[in-house]
Ligand binder design. Structure first.
Ligand code: UDP
Length: 344
């Protein structure tokens, strides 16, 4: 049993992390500023409402508590938004991480699992990206995460911090049976937007760019289920028991799907065509991002369970179709009443 602080545990990936750790017998505490996360998504462990930009609040959070490790999911994480608001991204993702690392150092917490991203690589030079691939981010989001990875390498040398950075490719899916899933007030990600379009809960999907050098002109991504990401974090905790230093692993299923392929798979799950329109490219998007996760399989023992796209989309479909009342996908109360009356 480990005592784990999950920073960002009210958010999408963090809430699935809390579920995994609690189910596997660990003690969970969540720290979140609730800017994009949801109080109702904190279903496992105590919630401390605090912001990483506030060192005094962090000091209060660590004071009198003893954590074996921290998992750090707090971040602004939208590529397009980061291009428009780089100062906001560097301030939140870089300064926030530094504040957290300093609080950990002050309180003798020596292990960290860090949410990193495929965006640290920029335009891929190879069809599949392994950890040896050069890091050359093309947007402030990726750059902010790479800077944080650099802190971790320096902290290992200077202070003996043990860390694992997990570079997610495209997190997707949900665990509706546990009451958690992707619930962003302003949704920008492909799979939720496709499903919301199918359900009439969002506008027709805009396909950002159809002139990329890919199989059908649309961007290719490697979708990995959020529960498999949680599994990798738990394995990283075990890894750090025996390994010093700062380590990085790529997490994906090793297969890329184009935007059009995702739309086709989602239409099959929904049993209806997805309303969509073509739109210009989105700033900061590389054409293709596909992971090699051989290192995670070999060194962490990571075994993803959700290796096919359709079940990943199907889990998200069940979540978006029947969201809990706290989800932004949930219809307002008046609308829910109208819908109920319309039920046959
Ligand atoms: N995308 C799209 N329409 C949307 C959302 C996303 O065409 O409404 C595309 C986006 O340009 C990218 C891919 O889908 O090529 C995955 O985008 P997402 O935002 O889900 O994840 P990212 O790869 O940016 O982390």
């Amino acid at each position: 049993m480990q005592d784990v602080l999950i920073c960002g545990g009210a958010g999408y990936i963090g809430s699935h992390m809390a579920q995994w750790l609690a189910e596997h017998g660990h003690r969970v505490t969540v720290l979140d500023n609730l800017s994009t996360g949801h109080r109702a998504a904190v279903r496992w462990g105590e919630l401390i409402t605090a912001d990483l930009m506030d060192p005094a609040a962090l000091e209060r959070a660590f004071h009198g508590r003893r954590f074996d490790a921290v998992m750090h999911f707090c971040a602004r994480s939208l590529v397009g938004e980061s291009v428009a608001d780089p100062y906001g991204y560097y301030s939140n993702n870089v300064t926030g991480t530094l504040n957290l690392l300093e609080a950990m150092r002050q309180h003798g917490v020596e292990k960290l699992v860090f949410s990193s991203t495929a965006a640290v690589f920029g335009h891929p030079a190879t069809a599949v990206i392994d950890e040896e691939h050069p890091t050359a981010p093309i947007n402030p989001y990726g750059a902010s995460k790479l800077m944080a990875e650099r802190f971790l390498a320096d902290a290992a040398t200077a202070y003996g911090l043990r860390s694992v950075s997990l570079r997610y490719f495209n997190a997707a899916g949900a665990l509706p049976e546990h009451g958690i899933g992707e619930a962003h007030a302003c949704e920008t990600h492909l799979i939720p937007n496709v499903l919301r379009a199918a359900l009439g809960k969002g506008p027709p999907l805009k396909v950002f760019g159809s002139d990329y050098d890919t199989i059908d002109g649309t961007c290719v991504r490697d979708y990995v289920h959020v529960q498999d990401l949680a599994q990798a974090h738990a394995l990283a905790l075990e890894f750090m028991k025996h390994q010093e230093g700062a380590h990085a692993f790529n997490l994906g299923n090793g297969r890329g799907f184009s935007v059009k392929q995702v739309i086709a798979a989602a239409a099959a799950v929904a049993g209806a065509p997805i309303p969509c329109t073509m739109a210009p490219r989105r700033a900061g998007d590389p054409a293709s991002l596909v992971a090699s996760s051989t290192k995670a399989r070999e060194l962490l023992g990571w075994r993803p369970r959700w290796t096919e796209l359709t079940p990943i989309i199907e889990s998200a479909w069940r979540w978006h179709r029947d969201p809990p009342d706290w989800s932004p996908d949930s219809p307002p109360l008046e609308q829910a009443a109208v819908n109920a009356e319309r039920q046959p």
